[in-house]
Design a protein around this ligand. Structure first.
Ligand code: HEC
Length: 180
């Protein structure tokens, strides 16, 4: 388990560095790219967390503790831990940028939309930070639930996490999507 955690930490660090190396102004504190953080870190981390609970549903539609092996609990714990670190990094970053992706998938932003997201964030940095910290605290509950094999709490966090993500999305992302 410790080695799983260590590996994911390296990934996050690599990501922050990759984001930093993209920017041009030398000597400045480099912005953290919100798009890269979402697409390459937070979303896959959440998926890893959800995968454990999803695989544990029985025919009756309940999460069955017997379907979660010690390795699966460790996987959920590590995934939640990584979410906490990613969200804290997002909350503490001195500068944020929203980069438009090079390739355009269904969820991807156009360059104009990316600018609009960035403007929404600039207009309310304290609000953005508070939401990131709030979701970090919730992910920490998920980490503790997995660590203590507390099925009820684990199920609750699995159920409600998406809604927490959406609180930030409906404020800083969705409003920027109208138009090109
Ligand atoms: C503090 C604000 C905030 C929180 C919390 C947050 N997001 Fe995001 N997310 C954004 C913003 C802003 C965007 C739009 C910019 C972009 O494309 O990444 C976004 C975009 C995304 C995208 C689209 C990326 C793409 O490929 O275009 C995904 C997927 C995503 N978030 C997943 C999540 C998940 C899962 C969580 C919860 C575990 C979460 N987000 C929590 C701010 C947040």
């Amino acid at each position: 388990m410790a080695s799983i955690r260590r590996r994911y930490r390296v990934v996050i660090l690599g990501l922050a560095l990759a984001a930093a190396s993209c920017s041009k102004a030398p000597g400045d504190v480099q912005p953290l790219d919100v798009h890269l953080v979402m697409a390459n870190a937070l979303d896959p981390q959440a998926d890893r967390f959800w995968a454990v609970g999803n695989a544990a549903f029985n025919e009756a539609g309940w999460m069955d503790q017997r379907r979660i092996s010690p390795q699966e609990w460790a996987r959920a714990e590590a995934a939640a831990h990584d979410m906490v670190e990613t969200l804290n990094t997002l909350a503490q970053a001195p500068h944020l940028a929203v980069g438009a992706p090079a390739s355009t998938g269904p969820d991807d932003l156009t360059p104009q939309q990316a600018k609009r997201v960035q403007a929404l964030i600039q207009q309310d940095r304290p609000g953005f930070k508070a939401l990131a910290l709030g979701v970090a605290a919730f992910a920490r509950e998920g980490e503790l639930a997995a660590q203590n094999r507390n099925l009820r709490l684990f199920e609750q966090v699995s159920d409600e996490l998406d809604g927490k993500c959406e609180q930030c999305h409906t404020r800083f992302w969705i409003p920027a999507l109208s138009g090109n």
